[in-house]
Design a protein around this ligand. Structure first.
Ligand code: SF4
Length: 398
């Protein structure tokens, strides 16, 4: 039943979503330009998925900006000339965005170690923009604090010092702790959003949550936290009716992000995405367990201790492969898994058979599809996801 109060909250939620959709579609980075105009002399630094320690960029006085490609909005011409045809779409659109001047507001770029394609992309980027700050950021694949931890802490320290030099700030532990606190707060808000999705998915559609998360790629962390909290407040109070769609976990979308149309198509096909692995940068570390001592040690320790799993993170114990996925399915009471990987994404597609075997062993229904960030034709996906949802609901297994 709708009352004037719930109608106001509904309008609030819609207004927030409209703002998020504007940001999602804005390849010109208007919000970043506005931030720079409001902070004269401050720098904006872009980063690619899957994970970068945004706290370090923030502590150096920079605005971290997630560069997630061009979706379906940009025709790729120059980007295609830089890469062979049998790799994913994402690096082409990043280069296209750069060469077309759409990323000119960025004063630098960070390329996290996700796969060989990103490594090559960072090289092409450095050749294309020789005057700009560009960093290929390795992450440890050895999780012993004395080995991988020391290596990673040194990289974090270098990055912090270099960014401070660029922005003209003095490196400071106090500032780093303040940035860590800001991102912890953001991770808490994002976690609440996911909890609500799990408990009452009809209150926040997956596509709405996706838009709210994507806004975090352009907004300052404090502004994004406030936006997530305002959205949560609005959707908790707005009128909503429970629906009985098939609860699914989406897996494989950790790097090239799925187009919004794909998430909406899954919804229309009767699938409620109650957990996923897109927009991982917002959730990677969880909350940092301590607030004292050396902040770079704390960031490094949190990375080593993080128990999440993606194809770009080595799993030392082969038997643990797929554990996170099973946990996500159990925790979210999902009825199935949709393996959704970008076309030609080697890390996701190489992981897939191992994860499918784990699902088979655990009796978890699953189906698999591929997408590209510019996938426009959704009908086949709708039919496949609809059949999957129907099979789950009718027979409880697939
Ligand atoms: S989508 Fe996959 S293959 Fe492409 S850059 Fe990302 S991790 Fe690498």
């Amino acid at each position: 039943m709708s009352s004037p109060a719930t109608a106001v909250l509904d309008a609030d939620a819609k207004a927030i979503l409209a703002r998020c959709e504007e940001l999602y579609e804005d390849l010109e980075l208007s919000a970043v330009k506005a931030w720079k105009a409001a902070h004269p002399g401050a720098l904006a630094i872009g980063y690619l998925p899957t994970y970068v320690p945004r706290e370090i960029l923030h502590a150096a006085g920079c605005l971290p900006v997630g560069v997630l490609g061009a979706g379906e909005q940009l025709e790729i011409v120059k980007g295609d000339a830089c890469f062979q045809s049998y790799i994913c779409h994402f690096p082409r659109s990043v280069i296209e965005l750069g060469l077309s001047g759409r990323l000119d507001a960025l004063d630098g770029m960070i390329f996290p170690s996700t796969c060989d394609v990103i490594r090559n992309l960072s090289g092409i980027w450095k050749l294309s923009f020789p005057g700009k700050f560009a960093r290929y950021l390795d992450v440890p694949q050895n999780f012993d604090p004395r080995i991988g931890g020391r290596f990673y802490r040194r990289l974090l320290d270098e990055l912090h010092r270099d960014l401070c030099r660029l922005s003209g700030r003095e490196p400071s532990a106090e500032t780093l702790w303040a940035s860590i606190a800001a991102y912890d707060e953001n991770r808490r808000a994002v976690r609440e959003l996911y909890e609500l999705r799990r408990e009452e998915p009809w209150r926040v559609r997956a596509s709405e949550a996706y838009l709210v998360l994507r806004a975090g790629m352009q907004l300052d962390v404090h502004e994004h936290t406030e936006l997530v909290r305002s959205f949560l407040q609005a959707v908790r109070g707005r009128p909503a009716r429970a629906v009985d769609d098939a609860r699914v976990v989406l897996c494989g979308a950790f790097c090239e992000q799925p187009p919004l149309g794909l998430i909406r198509t899954l919804e229309r096909a009767g699938c409620e995405v109650v957990d996923d692995d897109y927009m991982l940068v917002l959730r990677w570390l969880g909350e940092l367990p301590r607030r004292d001592g050396d902040p770079l040690d704390a960031l490094s320790d949190a990375y080593l201790a993080y128990s999440g799993e993606t194809a770009s993170r080595y799993v030392p114990d082969g038997t643990a492969k797929g554990e996170r996925l099973v946990q996500a399915v159990r925790k979210s009471r999902a009825e199935g898994v949709i393996f959704a990987a970008p076309s030609f994404c080697d890390p996701a597609l190489l992981d897939r058979p191992m994860l499918q075997a784990v699902c088979d062993r655990e009796g978890i229904a699953h189906t698999a599809l591929k997408y590209a960030e510019n996938t426009g034709q959704m009908q086949p996906i709708r039919e496949q996801a609809g059949t999957f949802a129907d099979a789950i609901k009718l027979w409880g297994d697939v």
